[in-house]
Design a protein around this ligand. Structure first.
Ligand code: PRP
Length: 215
């Protein structure tokens, strides 16, 4: 039997995913050691392997088949736009929204069809929303974090970013101006892996679905 390899987006998504996997009998004891510097973990009995990766790299591992299964946020999937992978399951946690945000005054400029500056960690999502969906030309400024700063220091008119509780916006005098789409954690599978290991992969998806939605 060949190994089925999971790539999990580091952090809270991976921790929650592992706890759900454990509930369907998929465990990985060596991954629980907080001091380990190992990068890849194995469950020999079930012939499964697990590794943690930066969220943005998870779709890459799955696209090339280096991981058969990936667990990552929908935001990353939309931004990366990878081929060759199927989105198999909405895991239903990590729920948040992708939004256009800014100061209340920016509501007006969004209505006028003039070129505005949009800062984001998600330039593809921002470009797709403004240019394809709204048919509005914008200048996109790519940032790597703390994007809420951009309109405060006049780097941009608005931002495209994730809103979860809304606290970051509120504490910085910003608000949601438009909602782009809801987001949550997704399970993706490499297309070839799905053909080769259909039974084992579909069984994992089925058991997770039952655990998440039918109990
Ligand atoms: C994310 C996001 C917002 C914040 C939203 O940032 O980019 O800044 O969380 O959460 P809230 O609505 O609950 O306040 P993250 O913590 O990932 O850090 P970053 O700013 O470095 O991207």
């Amino acid at each position: 039997m060949r190994y089925i390899t999971f790539a999990l987006a580091k952090g809270r998504l991976a921790r929650t995913t592992l706890s759900y996997l454990e509930q369907i009998g998929i465990t990985c004891e060596e991954m629980k050691d907080p001091d380990t510097r190992k990068l890849i973990f194995t469950n020999e009995k079930l012939k499964l392997r697990f590794f943690l990766a930066k969220a943005g790299d998870v779709p890459t591992y799955v696209e090339y088949g280096a991981a058969d299964i990936g667990v990552v946020g929908k935001d990353t999937l939309l931004e990366e736009g990878r081929d060759n992978i199927y989105e198999m399951l909405d895991l239903g946690f990590g729920k948040c929204r992708m939004c256009v945000c800014g100061p209340a005054e920016a509501r007006d400029i969004l209505q006028r069809n003039e070129i505005i500056r949009v800062a984001s960690k998600y330039p593809n999502i921002a470009k797709n929303y403004f240019q394809t969906k709204k048919n509005q030309t914008v200048e996109i400024i790519k940032l790597n974090g703390s994007v809420e700063l951009a309109p405060i220091v006049d780097l941009s008119d608005v931002i495209v970013d994730i809103v979860e509780t809304g606290t970051t916006l509120k504490e910085n005098g910003l608000e949601v101006l438009e909602e782009i789409c809801p987001l949550s954690c997704r399970m993706v599978v490499n297309k070839v892996s799905l053909k080769m290991e259909q039974d084992r992969i579909l069984n994992i998806v089925k058991e997770l679905k039952t655990l998440l939605y039918e109990q």
